[in-house]
Design a protein. Structure first.
Length: 78
């Protein structure tokens, strides 16, 4: 299935559950803010909502652990 969809399969290392922390964090925020709070009328509306949330998460969301900077600005300062 992943070959047909041209998707690279990614798995954490055996016995290293900490590897999953970033994606678990993302999906926790996603479900709480984008999925649980809204009912979508169509698949297209759902896909647009997902795209908007990913853009927000990556480009507009301030992070307290990064001194309240946007992630891309924090990386530029490093």
């Amino acid at each position: 299935m992943t070959t047909v969809a041209d998707i690279t399969n990614s798995m954490s290392r055996v016995g290293k559950c900490i590897d999953n922390t970033p994606i678990e964090n993302f999906f926790g925020h996603f479900k709480a803010r984008c999925y649980d709070l809204k009912q979508y009328k169509s698949d297209e509306e759902l896909l647009q909502g997902i795209d908007r949330y990913i853009q927000f998460y990556n480009e507009e969301r301030y992070q307290e652990k990064l001194n309240s900077l946007l992630e891309y600005r924090y990386k530029a300062v490093e």
